[in-house]
Ligand binder design. Structure first.
Ligand code: NAD
Ligand code: DAU
Length: 395
């Protein structure tokens, strides 16, 4: 993974362990500014977990543009974490990167006490269903144990606050529609009251984390908000997920592996719309409530892949036949959920949020982004990613 900054000037970095904060200079992006090490210099801080991932990095860039709060981004930098996504803000005084694991309670305690955040937005997770089927251990460790550690430390921190610091504090937990299970073709869409029925190890760990978050509100009064969203797409998504994988394979004239009959349905949400929704829930959501966030875009997988083929043909030009000819039906995902659909009317009714992007406009922007950002693509498709693709698709 490339951690280069925009130039080769040295940057200040912080590496924090349970008992010590090391500060030094490196020729890398791991960023900060001495002023940021003391929270009294700032009006507000939001602690983001998993902010080097796909949605987290989009959220941080969105917040830095639309809000005056400082951001502390705590991320373990797993294969899915990419600091390159945040290069544009890496030198800003309001931004700090902390390399660490949410399951490290000493680290969480020290970051919370040092930065005194007004809010925590919790994205950090293992997020890929296929990986959870092959090896669920990391999913239990981060999604369940990690969220538990975060909740315990957030509770202790919140209980130490007084006055408006205490009443205004929020912990927003980012979850998924997969916790609700699978729908039949004519079932109504998932609402906030749909019973949980997770089917994959990934979904089960997210459901467990949602229940813990709920319990910390009901038992201890921790001011939490939970959002459950549908399939995101847009810039910076790791190309193990359907949309970026298909764009890059189509561009490179490689086979397009569609699971089963390709008739599984997902609801697609443009990532920028999702980030805007999270910011609105954080600012105005009712404490203890859950909010479904969806794109009102139900599509079959095959339709998505065909649309991508046509867009890549149009933008990159054809070499012979249509890229649709690359579509290859492969063995289905075990326990593959048939249909997800989101009823996102509560967030619209209560908070006035609706997605801005249609699927047609969002997918066109997304395909263009991946074709244009060759350096980013080259970075993420080297090394660990290749190894994963080989293990996963060779069987
Ligand atoms: P991602 O896999 O792209 O990024 C996850 C980030 O978390 C990475 O930067 C990774 O390094 C970090 N991380 C992992 N384990 C960590 C740990 N123990 N401590 C600290 N950091 C850690 O994920 P994403 O697609 O951006 O998803 C973000 C959140 O949104 C997840 O909670 C996911 O369950 C949820 N979600 C995602 C989607 C989607 O379509 N991508 C849809 C619904 C919900
Ligand atoms: O619904 C929200 C969820 O969306 C999030 O909680 C997860 O973190 C996120 O990864 C995503 O899960 P999915 O399993 O729906 O996403 P994925 O991109 O892996 O797959 C989308 C659909 O495409 C799914 O039906 C499986 C199918 N698929 C996927 C891949 C990677 C294929 O047919 N071929 C593929 O190669």
């Amino acid at each position: 993974m490339n951690h280069r900054g925009r130039d080769s000037r040295p940057f200040l970095f912080t590496i924090e362990s349970s008992s010590k904060v090391w500060v030094g200079f490196v020729k890398q992006t791991i960023v900060g500014d001495l002023n940021l090490l003391n929270s009294s210099f700032m009006e507000h801080t939001i602690l983001v977990t998993g902010g080097a991932g796909f949605i987290g990095s989009n959220f941080i860039l969105h917040q830095m543009e639309c809000d005056s709060a400082a951001i502390a981004n705590l991320d373990k930098l797993t294969y899915a974490g990419n600091l390159r996504n945040l290069e544009a803000i890496s030198q800003e005084r309001r931004y700090e990167f902390v390399h660490g694991d949410i399951a490290d309670r000493g680290l969480m305690r020290s970051v919370l006490n040092r930065r005194k955040p007004r809010a925590i937005v919790h994205f950090a997770a293992e997020s890929h269903v296929d990986r959870s089927i092959r090896g669920p251990d990391d999913f239990i460790r981060t999604n369940v144990d990690g969220t538990f550690a975060l909740l315990e430390e957030a509770r202790a921190y919140w209980e130490s606050l007084n006055g408006s610091d205490r009443t205004e504090f929020r912990l927003l937990h980012v979850s998924t529609d997969e916790v609700f299970g699978s729908l039949g073709a004519r079932d109504p869409a998932f609402s906030e009251t749909t019973p949980y029925a997770p089917n994959s190890p990934y979904a089960a760990t997210k459901a467990a984390s949602d229940h813990l978050v709920r319990a910390y509100h009901h038992t201890y009064g921790l001011p939490v908000l939970t959002t459950n969203c549908s399939n995101n797409y847009g810039r910076f998504q790791f190309p193990e997920k359907l949309i970026p994988l298909m764009i890059l394979n189509a561009h490179n004239h490689k086979p397009l592996p569609v699971y089963g009959d390709g008739q599984n349905v997902r609801d697609w949400l443009y990532v920028k719309d999702h980030c805007e929704a999270i910011a609105i829930v954080l600012a105005r959501g009712r404490v203890g409530e859950t909010y479904n966030i969806g794109g009102w875009n139900e599509k079959r997988n095959l339709e998505i892949v065909e649309t991508i083929c046509d867009l890549v043909d149009e933008i990159a030009g054809r070499r012979g036949g249509s890229r649709r000819e690359l579509i290859t039906f492969v063995k289905d995902r075990p326990g593959h959920d048939r249909r997800y659909a989101m009823d996102a009317s509560k967030i619209e009714r209560e908070l006035g949020w609706r997605p801005r992007e249609t699927f047609e406009s969002g997918i066109s922007k997304t395909v263009r982004w991946y074709l244009k950002n060759e350096d980013w693509v080259r970075d993420v498709t080297s090394g660990g990613y290749r190894q994963w693709i080989e293990t996963h698709y060779s069987s």
